[in-house]
Design a binder for this molecule. Sequence first.
Ligand SMILES: [Mn+2]
Length: 268
Amino acid sequence: MTDVKLFRPLHYRSIFISDTHLGFRGARADYLLEFLESVECDTLYLVGDILDIWEMRRGLHWPDTHNAVVQNILARARNGTRVVYIPGNHDEMMRDYAGMSIEGIDICLRAVHDCADGRRLLVLHGDEFDTVVQCSRLVAILGNRMYAWLIRANHWVNRLRSAFNRPYWSLAAHLKHRVKNAMQYIANYEEALMHEAREAGVDGLVCGHIHHAELRERDDLVYCNDGDWVESCTALVEDYRGELSLLDWVALREALGEDVPRTRRRAA
Ligand SMILES: [Mn+2]
């Protein structure tokens, strides 16, 4: 962990968060709000599953903290922060608005982020790789065409589930039922995303979805998973030199003790 006394308030060039699952009982919106009130950034990426519309359909759970998180983000967009929202599978309904800007928030399916050091990172949620991960052995045998086909199949399988009002098939939930193989699944997921980054000709990627924060460099490509705000309470941050790091809010707030910096950005 970097010496937090070096920067106060915590100011970053860009911040990436995902899997906040607002509207879901398990969301740590209290920590998320505290985090948002403690940081400033030029660009904020919302990397999917920000709202848990699937959970909301089961019964509305919308406490003040969840609302305050949304208000904080809207206030940022109003006050000059560039906010990019890439919907995930739990808020897939928002994908219909891709290409639009709502309340100053740019909605898109994917983005390419230019780091301060010139690196280009593909930013996406990552759910489209679920089926690839499921069938990773087949992909290894049959190669690239199988891979492309599976990504399309994943889309249609979940369309169909959606039509029958079945929740999205969740890799994260699936992982928990198969803890024995969880590490292998995570590895396969990373592998599928690295493949995508290589195809896209970028220097790396930022994703979410599997609720497993990770930052690693492999074969000249950087893989970043910004984690989630249900269990790990993590964000990916970029400083003004283009250096990327994972921020663990629970650990950082402990380190800061009473001195959690506040920027008072809560909206009126
Ligand atoms: Mn997801």
